[in-house]
Write a protein that binds this ligand. Structure first.
Ligand code: SAM
Length: 321
């Protein structure tokens, strides 16, 4: 069966299976169907946590990665002041130069046609009595374009606001009230031109999304709740993004068996979802305090032994620099 026929078979079978109680969700259901027909094996995947600074990623070869999914520390947001200060960055531009070193490494490791998805929010801050916006998304776009990335249409992640009636500024009196900042950006960049595939590539077809998924995902505003931020193992807030964001981006911009990198791994959301969707993953995290949380979230112990779906194996390594 070639890719196109497999795709239409999958579509029919998937539609039929949607009427029954679901035994599994995408992409597991599609993979089960393929395995029934002995068309493909689910690939074994590798997941590598590097406890170190992603401004240098020597563990990852040039042009070997298909997708970057990440969320860096946000410049000018108080939560990240200490981290930037430790790195010798005391102003907006210096903080972005620090991040840009990682964006340059991302460019090096991506294949031609590889995609980088960067989630970032702007900052609001009073400096010398002057309340102002620090447009982080603009700086990331400027720096990534200077590195050589091509900008693609981005997503606005609209979070439900916890205080819908809260005003910043002069309340009901014009003109000194400020817009509530309830959106973050998911910036999307590509290295080079569109990624080529062999005709009717089976893994690509097996990675397709449904009509409903396409309609919900390829739209510019995503209304999604944030992730829970409390973690009893940690002394500070973690600013994790919700799994749904990583899941959508991975399904939208990569295929089964691809390699994904998160250079600012945090609690391991990207790695957890990459594992679930049968993609390889490298995650960089500078803060060793997060290792137990990452291990727990990706299921380190179970993963080492798991042999689900026939011959597929998921392995997990940790390197401490
Ligand atoms: C916004 S958080 C990422 C949250 C992550 N998306 C999650 O879901 O948990 C940014 C993370 O980057 C880490 N970090 C900051 N600078 C780094 C660097 N140069 N290399 C690797 N990790 C870094 C921070 O310690 C922090 O955990």
């Amino acid at each position: 069966m070639d890719g196109a026929t497999l795709h239409s078979e999958l579509d029919k079978k998937t539609r039929r299976s949607m009427k029954k109680p679901k035994s599994a969700t995408f992409p597991e259901r599609q993979l089960e169907i393929m395995l029934e027909g002995n068309e493909l094996e689910i690939p074994s995947t590798k997941h590598h946590l590097i406890v170190g600074d992603s401004r240098h990623m020597p563990e990852v070869a040039d042009s070997s990665v298909h997708l970057i999914v990440t969320s860096p520390p946000y410049p000018m947001i108080e939560l990240w002041d200490d981290l930037f200060e430790t790195m010798g960055c005391f102003d907006f531009n210096a903080m972005h130069s620090f991040l840009a070193t990682t964006w340059k490494e991302c460019y090096r490791i991506l294949i031609d046609g590889g995609i980088a998805c960067i989630n970032i929010g702007d900052a609001l801050r009073k400096i010398d009595g002057n309340f102002q916006l620090f447009p982080n998304h603009v700086k990331v776009i400027e720096n990534c374009e200077a590195i050589g990335f091509t900008s693609l249409p981005y997503i606005l992640w609209k979070k439900p606001t916890k205080r819908p009636n809260a005003f910043l500024g002069s309340g009901f009196l014009p003109p000194n009230a400020y817009i509530t900042q309830d959106c973050e950006f998911i910036l999307i960049f590509r290295k080079g031109s569109s990624r080529p595939f062999p005709p009717k590539d089976l893994y690509r077809y097996a990675s397709s999304y449904t009509l409903d998924e396409r309609n919900a995902w390829f739209t510019q505003i995503w209304q999604l709740p944030g992730a829970r931020q409390e973690n009893p193992q940690l002394s500070r807030r973690i600013a994790a993004f919700p799994e749904e964001i990583a899941y959508r981006l991975i399904r939208m911009f990569s295929v089964i068996g691809d390699t994904i990198v998160d250079p600012f791994l945090g609690t391991g959301t990207t790695m957890k979802v990459a594992m679930k969707t049968h993609r390889n993953c490298y995650g960089y995290e500078i803060d060793a305090q997060l290792i137990p949380t990452i291990k727990e979230r990706v299921g380190f112990e179970e993963t080492r032994k798991s042999r689900k779906h026939g011959s597929s194996v998921k392995s997990f390594n940790i390197t401490k620099r």
